[in-house]
Structures are given as C-alpha cells and as structure tokens.
Design a protein around this ligand. Sequence first.
Ligand code: NAD
Length: 358
Amino acid sequence: MTKNILVLPGDGIGPEIVAEAVKVLDKLKADGLDISLDEGLVGGAAYDAKGHPLPKETLAQARRADAILLGAVGGPRYESLERPLRPEQGLLTLRAELQLFANLRPAILYPQLAEASTLKPEVVAGLDIMIVRELTGGIYFGQPRGVRELENGEKEGFNTLVYRESEIERIGRLAFEIARKRDRRVCSVDKANVLEVTELWRQTMIRVANDYPDVALSHMYVDNAAMQLVRAPKQFDVMVTTNMFGDILSDAAAMLTGSIGMLPSASLDAHAKGLYEPIHGSAPDITGQGVANPLATILSVAMMLRYSFGEAVAAERVEAAVGSVLDQGLRTPDIAANGQPTVGTAEMGNAVVAALNA
Ligand code: NAD
C-alpha cells in the first residue's frame, strides 16, 4: 500500500533543508519505494497564511498521513504573539493530538566528524546511542500544577510527577523492541532512590524485561547517567527515561556529537506512525543564506523508513549515502573544521542523491 508522507517545511531554514530531504524521497520513489507526498502549513508560516500555527486543514492532513516530515518552526517575528498562536504551540499541539508518546533521539557521531565534539575524539568517535524519552506524560503534563498564594502572601509553584504503569510499560516495550534491532542493551534511567514514581518506573521496567530475555536491562540514577554520558558515553546502547530526564539527557547527548545539524529525531504513536524532524530549530541567524546543513533532515527520512515503514534496507541506504558524502569531504559550514572548504545546502542534498545512485 502506498505510504502517504505529509511534508511540513515550517519556518526559517525549514523550507531549505526539507527541500533537500524531498529530493532524497523523490529519488527513493523513482527507485520503487511506494510513497506519495503531500505538503502542509505549520508554525509561523501557517500563522501568516491562516492566522493559526496549526490550521484545521494541517491537522486533518496529519491524521490522514502515515508519517510526517517536519523542518522547524519559530522565529523572532513570532515571539511577541500570545502563547496559543506561537509557532512552537502548533508543534506541541500536533504531537499531543497524534498521541506521539515516544521520542527517539539518536546521538550518533560519524567517525569523520570526531573532531567536531568538545570531548576527546577517543571518548566519542563512533558514538551511537539511542535515547527513548517518554513524551506525553510525567511532570510536564501532570495535574495539579500552578502557582498559588499561601496564607502569609508568599507564592508557591507546584507541578506533579505522575506515571501510570501502562504509560511506563508502553515506552519500556518500545525501548526493548528498538534494542533488539541494535546491541540488545537497555539502560533505564530513574531516580528510584528518591521518587516513588520512578520506583514504580523501575519495577515496571523489570517486569517488562521478562518478555525480552535476549535484551540486557540495567538501571542508572539520572545524576549518575548525566555524569556517565560525558565520562564514557560509548557504554550506552538504548537509554529509556521519563519526559523531563529525557529532555535534559538527550540534549546533553546531542552536544557530545558537536554537530546539531546532523541529528534526526522521531516521535511515534502506538502504531508506528511518526513525526520526523531534525533536533535543531529554525536557525534564523542563517536563514536564506543557503548554508544550513540538510543532513539531520535527510537522516530523519532514514528514521521514517526504519520506524514507520519497516524499510530497514532503504534506511541503511540513506545513512550510507550520508556517510559517503562525509567520506568525500563535503562539509556545510557547521561541520567544517577550521579552513576546510565548505558546500551549501543544495550542493549537500544533491551529493546525497548522487551517492544514492552510486
Ligand atoms: P536553533 O537550533 O535554531 O539554532 C542554534 C544554532 O545552531 C544556530 O547558530 C544555528 O545557526 C545553528 N543551526 C541549527 N540548525 C542548523 C543546521 N541545520 N545547519 C547549520 N547550523 C544550524 O536554536 P535557536 O536559535 O535556539 O532557536 C531558533 C528558533 O527555532 C526559535 O524560534 C526556537 O523556538 C525554534 N526552535 C524550534 C524547534 C523545532 O522546530 N522543533 C526546536 C528548537 C528551537
């Protein structure tokens, strides 16, 4: 059956990088991949055209699609809008409406770019971690929440960290399934020594692990995990954790690679439908200059092929093409070493398509 992909370029460099990823999709289609592409408006671009960052039409398109490819949203022009109309709100609503409960954030350091990290090359070269972050529960959504005034007039802010067993189980199962396609190791990150919720998290992970005897489960407190990520990150294969811990750890892991323009992400629902996007934002400082790195978006296409379409071979083909352009020495400015010649966004995209032909 034809897989329908909704393409949402968004704002800033979004349209520039998405155009290159679409070239890759067109090439795969020409080679026989059964896909169709649809395009829609989101973020500031949608606000400009329709007065809302997630117009009804876009949400309907997203519901119909099998997978969504997004560039980025946001920009200085929209920062003074009231909160519900801001571009980021469009993306948050989209994730919530589609019940995308699992955020997959790989931190991969291509050996060719080991010098780009702030850590020593031997600590990070060949790094390949997958962080699986719970995305629709935990303290970011728990009730009650707010700021109240106490009897003495002092203000008190409060949020609630809450997880049901079923929420923990479904993210746990996904982490184990992903580990089965990798090195078969899951490290569950919690704070079970202090927080009852994450004691339940740990017990649930242990129970789920019984169904995956071929995958090794370990546990780590979040403070230690933060330390280990910068001390010896290559010890990890799959890390699974709560919404807030994952938010923080995945950004730390991303920076280990030193190249924000290289990292894709996926947000999945319970049926492998996903929203795929680079982890970076709309980069207003380089918008329109034709220098943005399209590789994170192209690698997001590879994740889409693997996780939504079950096309592992096609995914590997795209990843190998990216590896090949790096081998050829092609670098956008963000990943170029001092003095190294650079290429622009379109040139990089074209090179990946050419490598797919090779
Ligand atoms: P950013 O990720 O847009 O940019 C941070 C730095 O990285 C900038 O110097 C930028 O030039 C560089 N960079 C980012 N992507 C790059 C690429 N592909 N190639 C080369 N360089 C790249 O983060 P920011 O500046 O904090 O945010 C800018 C806007 O993006 C804000 O409006 C923010 O809200 C939004 N944002 C959106 C998303 C999203 O759409 N998911 C994520 C983060 C930030």
